[in-house]
Design a protein around this ligand. Structure first.
Ligand code: 3PG
Length: 307
């Protein structure tokens, strides 16, 4: 009997866990739950005898992969797989998959939760401004970016997008204005929503020089990854541009005391919250479970992201 570990430091909602277990029960696959673990040792022990793992932002590095002697597949229930050591997985003949699109609406909705909070001055009682007619720049037009565009149109915003890998025709078809570079996006739009993945190329790429070209009253929303941000550049913006606001659902890496002084313009949640809805947990969790069953029982490698 195959064994699957559901390893979630930040647990799925209960209905998602129930749905995942049902998928495995129906396929006669044993499922083991490891939630809210606090040490890497717990994870290392839990992976020792399993054939498959479902994770969220949990770190699957070489040490974890080496400890998982029977492992055949890891599925990241979500979009970004920068938390998995792909080369080590390939070397150990472990298939890595994600579940693209399954949690993208949840992340896109949170963008607007953060954005309205910013536009209404963190609900401090002073008069804010509205989204209607404002220019929104979507940086990367993948599943989340497309959902952000859809919702932005409901707010009556003027929507622009830049994506180095997405043809302008696809952006145009979605009723969004494509621009030719990140520089043009940032200096055209007073609001930017970030949706680039964390890669060697994007790491620290959102820096002071780029941000400082944004128009007065600039707002940056980051529901992507902290690694893509140059956090010192954000601090420099906070210092030199009192009109600038930064809101993110990802805990920054920098010392929190440095941020406290900007509490009226800098917001970050303590846990990554974008995909943390019952619906997104159910969609991504059950998709991950089905992909594992399909892979273990039928060899289906759709959504494989490593070589
Ligand atoms: C993703 O890449 O899918 C999101 O960042 C969600 O991450 P989470 O599963 O840790 O909430």
């Amino acid at each position: 009997m195959y064994k699957v570990l559901i390893a979630t430091e930040k647990p799925f909602a209960a209905p998602a866990v129930k749905g995942i277990k049902e998928v495995f029960d129906a396929a006669n696959v044993e499922s083991i739950l490891l939630e809210k673990y606090t040490t890497k040792d717990e994870l290392l022990q839990a992976v020792a005898a399993v054939d498959a793992i479902i994770i969220r932002s949990d770190i699957i590095d070489k040490e974890v992969l080496d400890a998982a002697k029977q492992l055949k597949i890891v599925v990241r229930a979500g979009a970004g797989y920068d938390n998995v050591a792909l080369d080590a997985a390939t070397a150990n003949q472990v298939c890595v998959m994600n579940t693209p699109g399954q949690n993208s609406n949840a992340v896109a909705e949170l963008v607007f939760g953060l954005l309205v909070y910013a536009k209404r001055n963190f609900y401090n009682g002073s008069a804010g401004t509205e989204l209607l007619g404002k220019k929104l720049g979507i940086h990367a037009f993948g599943n989340v970016g497309r959902n952000v565009a859809r919702i932005a149109k409901g707010f009556g915003m003027e929507v622009y997008a830049y994506d180095a890998y997405c043809p302008a025709s696809v952006i145009l078809e979605a009723g969004v204005i494509p621009v030719e570079s990140a520089e043009v996006l940032y200096n055209t739009c007073g609001i930017i929503s970030l949706h680039i993945p964390a890669t060697a190329e994007t790491k620290n790429s959102i820096n002071f020089a780029l941000l400082n070209t944004m128009p007065k009253g600039a707002i940056l929303i980051n529901t992507a990854r902290k690694e893509v941000i140059d956090e010192n550049g954000i601090l420099q913006m906070m210092d030199q541009r009192p009109d600038f606001k930064y809101l993110t659902d990802i805990k920054p890496a920098i010392d929190s005391t440095l941020i406290e002084q900007y509490a009226t313009r800098y917001f970050s949640s303590s846990k990554k919250m974008g995909a943390q809805t019952a619906e997104a947990n159910i969609n991504a969790g059950i998709a991950a479970a089905k992909q594992i069953v399909d892979f273990l029982l039928h060899g289906n490698e759709k959504y494989k992201v490593n070589n």
